[in-house]
Design a protein around this ligand. Structure first.
Ligand code: SAH
Ligand code: SF4
Ligand code: F3S
Length: 472
């Protein structure tokens, strides 16, 4: 049994990163899932979605086949997220339902993985109150799943195997992608920024950039498999390469090389304003297949709060960056994340966040009420903002944010935008897809267009989505 601990999770020693390339599943474990069905539910961000694509592929190599209804599954796996309290609550709610299912059918095997598995408090809770859960593994040992699962099945005792370590890079895990046209490509793992409110550096370990060769070879394989779009993934992609010891190679260089592969569309998330260079602006501007879309979380518009958050930029620096992007890439969509009611946020601080939304005119924003995460520095900060006031701030912020989202969409009416059509829309006779600037759009088109990038004339807009027709 290995249980997580925060002390090891936050340590950052100066030592190199191991790249493991020897993943394989032993023959005796390849039959474990024969005639058995698995269900996986993924919470949280794209990193988790990408991890689930590998977890699914590993399970299929072990003989399991996928189902979309947990009630008919032999194996249920929850790939969890720790970012806010409500992410936790959703998982615990689901565990309640799984418990009832297991009571009716004790042969069902259930496991939990992902970021919550890396949390000391969660694993303690599981050991005390969820003894029926068969196994738990973390974000660092997905490649050990065949062993963990076979041990859980053999021993019939709760198998907890979570590593609190800085982390390796594991190459060569199988992957079964959820989408046939667009793919997630990890370019780095972990995070060393330690923003004071955030749990990610503890649940995902230190920043480890994948080697350029591995990334490019994955992209080339995707092109050969007919993929049209890739999204390069990392917690702060602008810091890509900064952890290499003897290599000078950064996100700008990687983007240029990925662009040269000829893949039709390239997106990248998430950008941290701290490391966003002028060179990046030029690279987006000068390479047609790099989409004019930047997700640039501001978190707060108050310099006092930004400092308490450990974000390492000021609102002035942020504004300068937004201005630079808008001037150089006029059609660029800029979206953001904003937290309200961080400990110590006064009404005036909050109004500065509103002011930044007005100044930056974000095309869209994800907004959150600050959520205390055990083990992070902000968890020790005093917060005397009432629940009602927190909710009022969020509501007020959303009103302003939504106004700009709608305005941003309105600018597109009657213009022609490139869209990757992905699947049938919920609206009859229409397909759904995303523009190059990551806006959701429903398009009147026949199913033959699924999987292609087409020019679409925008005919109608709402706050969160667009409608359009093929432009021929
Ligand atoms: N690496 C990205 C963010 C990843 S988490 C970045 O630095 O920009 C996604 C978003 O969740 C964050 O941008 C932040 O707005 C929000 N978030 C993270 N921790 C939070 C917390 N404790 N409470 C509320 N929101 C949080
Ligand atoms: Fe969390 Fe900050 Fe790292 Fe983003 S950059 S994952 S907010 S610590
Ligand atoms: Fe959640 Fe972990 Fe992602 S905490 S947001 S799933 S990195």
């Amino acid at each position: 049994m290995n249980v997580p601990n925060y002390k090891d999770a936050k340590s950052r020693e100066k030592k190199g990163v191991n790249i493991l390339r020897d993943f394989s599943i032993e023959d005796d474990k390849k039959k474990i899932g024969n005639n058995k069905k698995y269900f996986i539910k993924t919470y949280g961000c794209q990193m988790n979605e990408r991890d689930s694509e590998s977890i699914g592929a590993i399970l299929e190599e072990m003989g399991f086949s996928k189902v979309d209804d947990y009630e008919v599954a032999d194996l249920i796996l929850l790939n969890t997220c720790s970012i806010r309290e409500n992410a936790h609550n959703k998982v615990f709610g689901m565990l309640g339902r799984i418990k009832r299912l297991k009571e009716a059918n004790p042969n069902v095997i259930a496991g939990l993985c992902g970021c919550m598995a890396q949390e000391e408090v969660v694993v303690n809770d599981i050991m005390n109150k969820y003894k029926w859960l068969n196994f738990v593994f973390g974000t660092h040992n997905i490649h050990k799943l065949p062993t963990i699962l076979s041990e859980a099945l053999e021993n019939q005792i709760q198998n907890i195997d979570v590593w609190s370590k800085e982390g390796d890079i594991v190459e060569g895990l199988p992957v079964k992608r959820d989408n046939n046209y667009k793919a997630w490509v990890n370019i780095m793992y972990g995070c060393d920024k330690f923003c004071t409110y955030c749990i990610v550096p503890y649940t995902r370990g230190k920043q480890r950039s994948r080697l350029k060769e591995d990334i490019l070879s994955e992209v080339k394989d995707l092109i050969n498999d007919g993929y049209k779009e890739i999204t390069l993934l990392g917690q702060n992609v602008n810091a890509y390469g900064k952890d290499f010891e003897n290599i000078e190679y950064h996100l700008e260089d990687l983007l240029v090389d990925v662009s040269k592969t000829g893949i039709e569309r390239i997106k990248f998330i998430t950008s941290h304003p701290w490391d966003f260079t002028d060179g990046m602006v030029d690279v987006i501007k000068n390479n047609k297949n790099i989409n004019p879309f930047v997700h640039l979380p501001i978190q707060s518009g108050s310099n006092k709060i930004l400092k308490l958050m450990g974000r390492k930029y000021t609102k002035e620096k942020y504004l300068e960056l937004v201005k630079k992007i808008r001037e150089n890439i006029p059609n660029c969509v800029i979206t953001t994340d904003i937290i309200v009611a961080f400990p110590g946020e006064t009404r005036e601080d909050f109004e500065e966040s509103l002011e930044m939304v007005n100044l930056c005119e974000f095309d869209a924003a994800f907004t959150f009420i600050y959520s205390k995460r055990a083990g992070t520095p902000a968890a020790k900060m005093e917060c005397d903002i009432s629940k009602e006031e927190k909710e009022n701030r969020l509501r007020e912020l959303n009103q302003v944010v939504n106004k700009y989202s709608l305005e941003s969409n309105k600018k597109l009416i009657n213009t022609v935008v490139p869209v990757l059509l992905e699947s049938k829309s919920e609206k009859v006779g229409m397909l759904m897809g995303y523009t190059d600037t990551n806006k959701l759009i429903n398009v009147k088109a026949s199913d033959d267009y699924i999987g292609s990038v087409v020019d679409v004339k925008v005919t109608n807009v709402r706050t969160w989505s667009l409608d359009g027709e093929l432009y021929e």
